[in-house]
Design a protein around this ligand. Structure first.
Ligand code: NAP
Ligand code: HSE
Length: 428
């Protein structure tokens, strides 16, 4: 091979990082893959836009056909985002026998199996390391590094934007809107940050990780999702007061043949290692039957960290090209999907309620819990400005999700309850 030729789809946060790494690490890359890497065309929307990196403007195109049907282009790097249009572009690129690198979890969480099948049919590689946890090589670790083990649990912080927001809100008392804007300015947030703050981005990543880790086809609909938009300053203050740190936690758990996958705001004991993961950083615990506990930590978003994963995938493709083994590394899921029912999912819970301050009110509440065999680990009762209402904060011992949901339903019907203000999972 004299050189490898790339078509780059997108020159935003990640695309600019890819150009920077290809330029700055050129010598190392040539040494690893044995030839220079040449970017021939770059797909963008706005030709006039100022770019973060210096690129010869003759490389720009608004016509994707110039990339996917160019016989000289070996690899298409997709860092433009989007789902339907991008799926169609990548399917055509695979039909034209282009290898693919993508950072697009939105796409892979929905159309991953279809695209991987197509890639195998056409003898192409399709790698997507950057789609989960930015610069952390977590997918390769699950598939290759832990290939000999049986993974039972994956738990972590897999969205940089929400971790950045929660860190700044908790540590500096900054407002949600202000920090979200900063995360957007720094290039951590998605084009539409709703998917970050509503937990959808993290859920897509958990679907991708659990599909690979559990070798089972887990899709977005299988993930129980709750985002961070409902978290109030009061919740953050109470969690601190009780010795917890609030994080958006992705959890994938396997017991026997059954799995549960969720993304939800969770109170972590302050001493929990994930509680110390700040700003846009991500961290994932992976538990294997043989290896025990492993932890992966690093920047979960941003231009250069994410681009590192993208370019490493490119190196993987080029090594496969030299060996003539492209399109052979994807393994289809081994197990049929079996999801746990609510009766099989257990956790502790934090609950903040406003209660009419009257004799017997608390007894009525505790009766509901004790009837379902759920006891309390912590209880706080504080007066509010309105003297007729008390604020009660409870942390339960472990309860099934089924029992806890039933209790929440019955609580809202209790005459003494003015409002259930918030409820979160508690780890530990
Ligand atoms: P971005 O900054 O918004 O950049 C997107 C780029 O794609 C822009 O250059 C844009 O062109 C181009 N583009 C978008 N739609 C297009 C279309 N229909 N036709 C032609 N060009 C189009 O996005 P990003 O943050 O780099 O993210 C890119 C992908 O990486 C997404 O899938 C994202 O989920 C994923 N990702 C991002 C991060 C991160 O930290 N940002 C981390 C991991 C994964 P113009 O510049 O002309 O507008
Ligand atoms: N918006 C994503 C995040 C980018 O904040 O984690 C990295 O996937």
């Amino acid at each position: 091979m004299k050189q490898i030729t790339i078509g780059l789809l997108g020159l935003g946060t990640v695309g600019s990082g890819v150009i920077t790494i290809l330029k700055n690490h050129q010598d190392k890359l040539i040494h690893q893959v044995g030839c220079p890497i040449h970017v021939k065309k770059i797909l963008i929307q706005d030709i006039e836009k100022e770019r973060r990196v210096q690129v010869d403007s003759s490389l720009f195109t608004k016509n994707v056909e110039e990339i996917i049907h160019d016989p000289e282009i070996d690899v298409v790097i997709e860092v433009m985002g989007g789902i339907e249009e991008t799926r169609s572009i990548l399917l055509q690129a695979l039909e034209s026998k282009k290898h693919i690198v993508t950072a697009n979890k939105d796409l892979m969480a929905v159309y991953g199996p279809e695209l991987l099948t197509k890639a195998t049919e056409h003898g192409c590689d399709l790698f997507y390391e950057a789609s989960v946890a930015g610069g952390i090589p977590i997918l390769r670790s699950l598939v290759d590094g832990l290939a000999s083990d049986r993974i039972t649990k994956m738990m972590g912080i897999v969205n940089g934007t929400t971790n950045f927001i929660l860190t700044k809100m908790s540590n500096n008392g900054s407002s949600y809107e202000e920090v979200l804007q900063e995360a957007q300015r720094l290039g951590y947030a998605e084009a539409d940050p709703t998917s970050d703050v509503e937990g959808i981005d993290a859920a897509r990543k958990m679907a991708i990780m659990s599909t690979l880790g559990f070798s089972m086809n887990i899709n977005l609909q299988d993930v129980n999702v709750e985002g961070i938009t409902g978290i109030s300053e009061e919740d953050l203050n109470y969690s601190k007061r009780l010795g917890y740190t609030m994080k958006l936690i992705g959890m994938a758990n396997r017991n026997g043949e059954k799995v549960e996958v969720s993304v939800q705001p969770t109170l972590l004991p302050d001493k929990h290692p994930l509680a110390a993961v700040q700003d846009e950083y991500n961290a994932v615990y992976v538990y294997g039957e043989a290896v025990g506990e492993t932890m992966f930590y690093g920047p979960g978003a941003g231009s250069l960290p994410t681009a590192t994963a993208v370019v490493s995938d490119l190196v993987g493709i080029m090594k496969n090209m030299r060996l003539g083994v492209n399109g052979r590394s994807s393994v289809s899921p081994q197990y049929e999907k079996k999801l746990k029912s609510d009766k099989e999912i257990f956790s502790k819970y934090f609950l903040r309620i406003h209660v009419k301050d009257q004799v017997g009110a608390f007894a009525k509440i505790t009766t509901l819990f004790s009837e379902r065999g759920v006891s309390f680990e912590k209880i706080l009762q504080l007066p509010l400005k309105d003297e007729k209402i008390a604020e009660i904060v409870l942390v339960t011992h472990s309860a099934s999700l089924f029992d806890y949901k039933e209790i929440l339903l019955q609580l809202s019907d209790l005459e003494v309850i003015q409002q259930v203000k918030s409820s979160y999972r508690v780890e530990g």
